[in-house]
Design a protein around this ligand. Structure first.
Ligand SMILES: C[S@@+](CC[C@H](N)C(=O)[O-])C[C@H]1O[C@@H](n2cnc3c(N)ncnc32)[C@H](O)[C@@H]1O
Length: 199
């Protein structure tokens, strides 16, 4: 069987311990940066980057197979404003993302870790909120969608209680092309959505 091609859109830093200038890997580093965490197969990245060619989009995803498939999808579509970073999301944001840097973060269907003994694996916790706040520009946004309503309530409550740093705004609604693979899978279910901005 022919081996599938690796993506050329993947960012591989030389140094994994310090903040990394992700913008420098795009043809237009001066454009704002938006980040999709757990970007999966890249349906949102491919659609959104076509709609906003003057925004740079970074997908952060820990599964290599998904990095490669979203990369091939964006390459085929000729996107210059998409790059992909294979890394665990908490580490990527807390250790490697520069401060005052990101205009919008998107979290679509983050893994809910439904078993009680696994809840500590969830991405959203107070330390992650600190990292998001540090790396967002003033007025920058956080956009969350999930079919797992208990996890949605937990994230929403965490953000709502952090009202000195974040304020709730109208929830982001994707258009049809921007709906992610998991959103299409769960289209029969109620989806929790919320958006906040850094004050
Ligand atoms: C349920 S899927 C959703 C994928 C995509 N956002 C969608 O809506 O179709 C969750 C994705 O997040 C990735 N993921 C989960 N936890 C992660 C983490 N801590 N850091 C980076 N990626 C993560 C998984 O590998 C998977 O691709």
């Amino acid at each position: 069987m022919a081996k599938k091609k690796k993506t050329t859109l993947r960012i591989i830093p030389q140094n994994w311990l310090d903040p990394y200038n992700f913008k420098a890997d795009f043809p237009h580093p001066e454009y704002p940066l938006e980040v999709d965490i757990g970007s999966g197969k890249g349906r949102f990245l491919a659609a959104r980057s076509a709609k906003f060619p003057e925004i740079n989009f970074l997908g952060i995803e820990r599964q290599l197979i998904r990095i490669n498939s979203s990369g091939r999808r964006c390459e085929r579509a000729g996107r210059e404003n998409v790059r992909l970073f294979r890394m665990e999301g908490f580490y990527a944001i807390s250790r490697m993302m520069p401060s005052d840097y990101v205009s919008n973060y998107y979290f679509f269907f983050p893994d809910p870790w439904p078993k009680a003994r696994h809840e500590n694996n969830r991405l959203f916790n107070p330390a992650f909120m600190d990292a998001l706040h540090r790396t967002l520009i003033d007025g920058g946004g956080l956009h969350i969608a999930t079919d797992h309503l208990p996890y949605f309530e937990e994230i929403h409550a965490l953000l709502k209680s952090d009202d000195a740093r974040f304020e709730e705004i109208e929830a982001f609604q994707p258009d049809d092309e921007e709906r992610t693979d998991f959103e299409l899978i769960f289209s029969h279910k109620e989806i929790g959505r919320c958006s906040f901005r850094k004050i």
